[in-house]
Design a protein around this ligand. Structure first.
Ligand code: AMP
Ligand code: GLY
Length: 430
């Protein structure tokens, strides 16, 4: 099969490297891809959000299957457009992608079907938001833009002044554009967070191994929210008992709810969960693989990724095996200093040969890299993800950090405590 992956970050690189292991995969392309991905796939510079150009290209090159990995093309209906011209594609259609693209849609869905989540109210009038927050008088309070906002549309407000500022940013200044026409105001929940990615074919849901993201820029969960500075899998808080409960109370009800609403979900459904004192609750749904969760989940997948993906498209997931290996994986993100705010680009990356570590021991997933006169340079905030797998989490973390010590570029920033909380949880459990 000749396959196209749409996107250009570390997640897409991890998907490509997993797909390449499939005996059915004979040729793989990525659009737009990036410098490091070009060692593993033929890259084509079409923006991931250009649906018309992507569909025209997919027809021209006669791809047998297209994996739409990024959220915005899914929300724009790229899967619908590909399907309409007879090209099967991995991912939800536009109607099902609303589970991520509209928080109002997903919150109302959870309420209607009794899926546990934070209490909330929806507003389109800034004055009413503030009146509601004042009346509740409970802080912190969480204010979220309705639509996609590059993971930055969630503001946790410690007092009324911060709530006013959040409403101004989202609804008046329109920092996230039309995404801020509506806001969701939510109660603040506490507890460990778990990411569970799952394969869905519209009827059946098969969860993957759990993982833990590290969203803040700095050690000790300090600094600004980022796309994610590192991940570990499995997540030690996600015990078999918790997993059982999530399957019954959250995963199956969500897939059934989407079916009943007439928009069955096919593709990868990402459950962002918080294990609160009242049980597991949904913090967010994403309609795609997580980044950098994918970089620790797929290296532990034993089954053939392409076979499983095709089963989600064809509706045959129930009879398809989805098996994970024992052991653990850790991914450390190497970022450009300053990220998620302003950072410099074009810094030469050293320590890699053809995009990988010559000594092995870890896999390097490229997120923000470019090739300039044959040399790899930085080209984004998150530059590389270094993933190691091992029998145990401490060994995986040690290997990921040791491998990333061999990679250099000017102003490189990484967290030094990825996995620390997971290790503490493991210790407490033993
Ligand atoms: P999101 O972009 O929806 O993943 O939200 C970003 C982060 O904000 C989440 O990973 C949580 O840590 C936090 N968050 C979102 N909603 C809530 C909530 N209701 N209570 C507490 N924390 C939240
Ligand atoms: N790592 C969080 C996300 O992919 O949304």
């Amino acid at each position: 099969m000749k396959i196209l992956v749409v996107g250009g970050g570390g997640r897409e690189h991890a998907i490509i490297r997993a797909l390449k292991q499939s005996p059915q995969c004979t040729e793989i392309w990525c659009a737009p891809g990036n410098g490091g991905i070009s060692y593993d796939a033929t890259c084509k510079a079409i923006p991931a959000t250009d649906v018309d150009a992507m569909v025209a290209f997919a027809k021209e090159e006669a791809f047998n299957y297209v994996v739409v990995a990024q959220d915005d093309p899914l929300a724009l209906g790229m899967v619908d457009a590909l399907t309409a011209v007879g090209i099967p594609a991995f991912g939800p259609d536009k109607a099902a992608a609303r589970i991520e693209a509209s928080k109002v849609f997903s919150k109302n869905l959870m309420k209607k079907y009794g899926i546990p989540t934070a209490d909330y109210a929806v507003f389109d009038d800034p004055a009413k938001v503030l009146a509601y927050v004042e009346e509740k008088g409970k802080y912190p309070v969480v204010i979220k833009a309705d639509g996609l906002a590059l993971g930055k549309g969630v503001l946790i407000c410690q007092d009324h002044a911060q709530a006013e500022e959040a409403v101004k940013e989202i609804m008046l200044d329109k920092k996230f554009g039309a995404s801020g026409n509506h806001v969701v105001v939510e109660e603040f929940l506490t507890g460990p967070e778990v990411s569970v990615l799952s394969f869905c074919d519209g009827k059946t849901v098969k969860p993957m191994v759990s993982s833990m993201d590290h969203k803040r820029a700095l050690d000790g969960d300090q600094g600004l929210n980022t796309g994610g500075m590192g991940t570990v899998a499995p997540n030690p808080y996600y015990t078999p008992e918790v997993a059982d409960r999530c399957m019954k109370e959250i995963f199956v009800p969500t897939v059934e709810a989407m079916q009943k609403e007439g928009c069955p979900f096919k593709g990868c459904l990402y459950f962002g969960l918080m294990l609160t004192p009242d049980g597991p609750k949904v913090i967010e749904y994403n309609c795609r693989f997580g980044d950098p969760e994918t970089q620790v989940v797929l290296p532990l997948l034993e089954s053939d990724l392409l076979t499983v993906m095709l089963a989600t498209t064809n509706g045959t997931l129930e009879e398809t095996e989805v098996q994970f290996r024992d052991g653990a994986a850790a991914c450390v993100i190497l970022a450009s200093g300053g990220y998620p705010l302003a950072y410099e680009k074009g810094k030469e990356i050293t320590g890699l040969v053809n995009g990988q570590l010559p000594g092995g021991g870890a896999t390097v997933y490229h997120a923000g890299t470019a090739l300039q006169n044959g040399k790899l340079v930085t080209a984004g905030g998150r530059v590389l993800g270094v993933t190691a797998t091992a029998a145990t989490l401490p060994a995986a973390l040690e290997a990921a950090y040791a491998a990333s010590d061999a990679i250099h570029f000017d102003k490189l920033h990484r967290r030094s405590d990825i996995g620390a909380r997971a290790l503490a949880a493991l210790k407490a459990r033993d």
